[in-house]
Each structure stands twice: as structure tokens, then as C-alpha cells.
Design a protein around this ligand. Structure first.
Ligand SMILES: Cc1ncc(COP(=O)(O)O)c(C=O)c1O
Length: 383
């Protein structure tokens, strides 16, 4: 086996979750998904597709009708985008991996803004590339990017800048000005930007979505947009996403998809198309529910003694610290074992996250969050 693969780190979130395996009494907020099922209308379309016998291989790049629907959806949010820049993928994480396969090979340098969902930093390693971490800094619980540090870290030797905003786990979002600086700098250094914008619709600032590189990049810029149906449409289990590529890269991507998954399942793509049809009504309502969950959880956390937390501008997570609890993995395991509370340890997202905990607030039933808060309060009283 290649040593890069043999030495891949295991998931620390799974390590905590495994400690609670088989316990029905655990209130779990450790994974990045809502407990709410995909909209009924979307499920019905997929069922009908299966009943009609749509069980065959399809085009590598996705159904033309879905790609056109994605182009329309993207245009509504970010301005016109040619359908010849869109590839449908079997999930956002596959889209990220395909982008990495397209761009980074053995020895290449990838700079990643961290802390971040660990899949982003593991994928370049699978490719044999080197990852340099560019840490966000926390001040009073609020995470921010140091642009001087970015300019110093991204050099002509940097092949790819990986940036996930709104960010998992911190909720940090980029401002338009920061995006402009990043894009201008990467144009100078010849660095690709892989922009993971899967949380773009879960953004609680002004507008329909978070600032996106697609708003400012030219079609020929070295910018790859990574998107997913998972978070905005409650479709985590469907495994459907897409890439927005620069002009002229689609044929090569089609071949790469052929050798990876060949295509996304047709009935899943039909579901995706139905979801996009609901976007104007469903997504704003989802965002409103998420924002209510966020405010309820952050308010509750802020009232607990010794807890440091700030309101995240995007995403579906509260990222917080508890005074005196510096070993996040040990603390998260104790919370599961002794208090039936399932949270993700900050260390799962890299050394920058050590001492922090991530709590996914996406819930159909906000009262679950209150029950979780009571358990955390009990744990704090006991420690
Ligand atoms: C930052 C980030 N990017 C991408 C993904 C991938 O989502 P999916 O593979 O479900 O489309 C996730 C999922 O948690 C994520 O948090």
C-alpha cells in the first residue's frame, strides 16, 4: 500500500461517535446534517424515476436537463454561467476529490485555510501533494483571516488554495473584499482556487447567499467552485453535487468522472432537478429555520459559565470553547459517556481547532437543542 494511504488519519468525530454506539439515550449533534428528511416532492420524483425504469448508466457530466437547471440556479445567485462549465458529481466530497485529482499531483503544494472539515486536507495527501495550513485566528470566539499571512503563504510555488467559506467548523465567511484580495493574489501567483461553497445558502448575512468566488471570477480564471445538494436541500444521503469549472476544462473532467464513478445515478439526478425547482421557496425557509436554531443554541451556550462562543455568520455549527477543557477529544468522549451528549471535538478539524467543540444546530425540533444545553450545563456543573 502507498504510505500516504496507510498513514491517513482516522476521523476523530467517528472516534467519539463510536464511543456512543448502540446508546439510544445519546443526543447526537456530532455530524454535519439536519435530522429533517428531504422534501417529499423531491423524494416522489426519484421514486417515479425508478418506477419508470431509469436504472441505466447516464452521461459522465450529468443529465443535460440537470446541468441546465444548475446553470439557471447559479445564474440567479451569481450571474450568467455557461452550461459548458458545469459537471454533476456524486456528492460534494467527490467534487472536491475530482478537483484535487485535476489539479494536484505528487509534491505539489496545496495551501488550505484551516481549521476545516478534514476531508479537504486529506484529499491532497491521497494525491501525494503537500498541505500547508493557513490558520484562521480566533479573537473573542470570532474567527478571521489574516490577509498578510495569506499573501505570505500563497507563492508562485503554490498550486492550489483551498478555501471553504462559509466554513465548517467555524462558520467563518469571507467578505467580498477578502475574496477580491485572494483572487488578485492568486492571479499573480498562478495559483488555482478551489472554493468549497457547499454552505453558501446557509448564510445569515444580507442577500440570498454568502459572497461567492463565482460572483467575481472571470470564466477563464483558475477558480473551481464546489457545490452540493446536501446542505441546502437536506439531501445528504443522496450523494449529489456539482463543479463549476473554468472554460475549457469540461471534456477532461468528463473523462476523470468516467474513471471515478462514470456518472451520478439518474434517479438521484432527477431528485436534484426537482430540488432546484423548489429552491426559491424551500431554501429561504430552511435558512430561516436554521437561523432560529443558531440563535437559540448560541444564546443558550453564551449563558453557560465558562463558555466562549460567537454567533457564526454562516454554516450549521456552533464552534465554542469551555474554560479549562483543552483536550477536545477527551472532553467530547466524556460528554458522551457521562452525559449522553454527542459533539464533535475541535481537534478533528486540525490543531487550530484543539480546545474547541463543534455542535451542529440543524434540527427539525429546536427543543432538542435545549435538551442538549441542559446536558452540557450538567456536565459543566459536574466538572
Ligand atoms: C465543508 C464541506 N465541504 C463539502 C462537504 C461535502 O458534502 P457532500 O459530500 O455531502 O455533498 C461537506 C459535508 O459535510 C462539508 O462540510
Amino acid at each position: 500500500m502507498r504510505p500516504e494511504i496507510e498513514n491517513l488519519p482516522g476521523s476523530k468525530i467517528r472516534e467519539v461517535a463510536n464511543a456512543g454506539l448502540g446508546r439510544a439515550d445519546v443526543l447526537a449533534f456530532w455530524f454535519g446534517e439536519s435530522d429533517e428528511v428531504t422534501p417529499e416532492a423531491v423524494r416522489q420524483v426519484a421514486i417515479a424515476s425508478l418506477q419508470q425504469g431509469e436504472t441505466f448508466y447516464a452521461h459522465n457530466l450529468g443529465l443535460p436537463s440537470l446541468r441546465e437547471a444548475i446553470a439557471r440556479y447559479t445564474a440567479q445567485l451569481h450571474g450568467p454561467v455557461d452550461v459548458d462549465r458545469i459537471a454533476v458529481t456524486s456528492s460534494g466530497v467527490t467534487a472536491l476529490m475530482l478537483a484535487m485529482q485535476m489539479l494536484a499531483g505528487p509534491g505539489d503544494e496545496v495551501v488550505a485555510v484551516t481549521p476545516v472539515w478534514p476531508n479537504l486536507t486529506a484529499q491532497p495527501i491521497v494525491q501525494g501533494a503537500r498541505v500547508t495550513r493557513l490558520p484562521l485566528r480566533a479573537r473573542d470566539g470570532v474567527w478571521g483571516l489574516d490577509l498578510d499571512a495569506l499573501r505570505a503563504a500563497v507563492t508562485p510555488a503554490t498550486r492550489v488554495l483551498l478555501v471553504n467559506a462559509p466554513n465548517n467548523p467555524t462558520g467563518w465567511a469571507l467578505t467580498r473584499d477578502e475574496q477580491q484580495v485572494m483572487l488578485a493574489h492568486c492571479r499573480q501567483t498562478g495559483t488555482w482556487i478551489v472554493a468549497d461553497e457547499v454552505y453558501e445558502r446557509l448564510y445569515y448575512g444580507p442577500g440570498a447567499c454568502a459572497p461567492s468566488f463565482l460572483d467575481i471570477a472571470d470564466p477563464d480564471d483558475r477558480v473551481v467552485g464546489v457545490h452540493s445538494f446536501s446542505k441546502s436541500f437536506l439531501m445528504t444521503g443522496w450523494r449529489l453535487g456539482w463543479l463549476v469549472l473554468p472554460r475549457g476544462h469540461l471534456d477532461a473532467m468528463g473523462k476523470l468522472i468516467e474513471f471515478t464513478s462514470s456518472c451520478a445515478p439518474v434517479f438521484v439526478q432527477r431528485g436534484g432537478e426537482a430540488a432546484l425547482g423548489l429552491a426559491d421557496s424551500f431554501v429561504p425557509a430552511l435558512r430561516q429555520r436554521m437561523q432560529a436554531c443558531r440563535d437559540r443554541l448560541i444564546g443558550g451556550l453564551a449563558r453557560l459559565p465558562g463558555v466562549q462562543v460567537a454567533t457564526p455568520p454562516g454554516g450549521m455549527y456552533a464552534f465554542f470553547r469551555v474554560a479549562g477543557q483543552d483536550d477536545s477529544l477527551a472532553f467530547a468522549k466524556r460528554l458522551v459517556a457521562d452525559h449522553g451528549l454527542g459533539l464533535a471535538p475541535g481537534a478533528a478539524f486540525g490543531p487550530e481547532g484543539e480546545g474547541w467543540l463543534r455542535w451542529c444546530f440543524a434540527s427539525r425540533d429546536p427543543a432538542r437543542l435545549d435538551a442538549g444545553l441542559e446536558r452540557l450545563a450538567a456536565a459543566l456543573r459536574a466538572s
